[in-house]
Design a protein. Structure first.
Length: 256
């Protein structure tokens, strides 16, 4: 059985350099290796009937169809690199706290989100907590190296689609999400494109023709807090369990 799992978790032989954004995050994490600085933990409140085995199958389907969730990182000669696992069997942890009136989810989620995610394994943590009949909390934590805030919404909507497909017996028909590896290969190709130097010079020349930057001095709108961008609107997401589903929130309860 262990040999079978090792084969399933075998990474592809191709390595990819980190993107510029990833390299900044990697460097920041290396400077603070014991800090969960770049953990992105979200909580989804799921109201309504939920079939837990189908939820677990749907999440495995999400991992299978999202190569970013199967990224692992390593170093060679001091340089970070990334590769993708061909498959990663993962079972969502299920915790039943339906009979525990003293359970403090905020404290639990804060502590759980402090866990340091392992570079050598997929950088996420997924837990489903039952608080009562038809009332679940889904905790989903990812390292910023493999995700961003926008991607969290994309993954949630994909999971909802996979859950419905699992219930209907059509899980195998759901296509994969757009590949992060395709983006990495595009970036790699762009770095070696001979036109890159020409494009760099073109835009460098354009910068010389720009007018001087505007000054904020004397502009009350630029200096006033009232004129600054307002927080993003929290979008109510579609249902997973057949009932209502709240928008994601952080472990401390703040809107994400």
């Amino acid at each position: 059985m262990e040999d079978h799992l090792e084969e399933l978790q075998k990474p592809t032989t191709k390595f990819y350099p980190l993107t510029r954004s990833q390299l900044l995050l990697w460097t920041g994490q290396q400077l603070s290796p014991d800090s969960p600085l770049y953990n992105m933990a979200f909580t989804f409140t799921l109201e309504g009937p939920l079939d837990v085995p189908h939820f677990q199958q749907a999440f495995q389907g999400l991992v299978d169809r999202t190569d970013a969730l199967r990224l692992v990182f390593s170093e060679r000669d001091g340089q970070p690199r990334q590769q993708i696992l061909e498959r990663y069997p993962y079972r969502v942890e299920v915790i039943d706290r339906s009979d525990d009136a003293q359970f403090d989810y905020a404290t639990w989620a804060t502590q759980r989100s402090q866990r340091i995610l392992d570079w050598s394994g997929p950088l996420f943590d997924s837990v489903l907590i039952k608080r009562g009949e038809g009332h679940y909390l889904w905790f989903f934590n990812q390292h910023h190296l493999i995700t961003d805030a926008w991607a969290v919404t994309v993954l949630y909507e994909a999971l909802a689609k996979l859950y419905r497909a699992s219930l209907e017996g059509t899980l195998a028909d759901v296509p994969a999400l757009p590949s992060f590896i395709d983006y990495l290969e595009f970036k790699q190709m762009a770095r070696t494109n001979p036109k890159k130097a020409h494009l760099h010079e073109h835009w460098k020349e354009k910068l010389h023709t720009l007018p001087p930057p505007a000054s904020m001095h004397g502009n009350p709108c630029l200096l006033s807090r009232a004129c600054r961008a307002t927080p993003p609107v929290v979008v109510r997401l579609g249902s997973i369990g057949g009932g209502s589903t709240s928008a994601p929130s952080g472990p401390t309860g703040s809107a994400a």
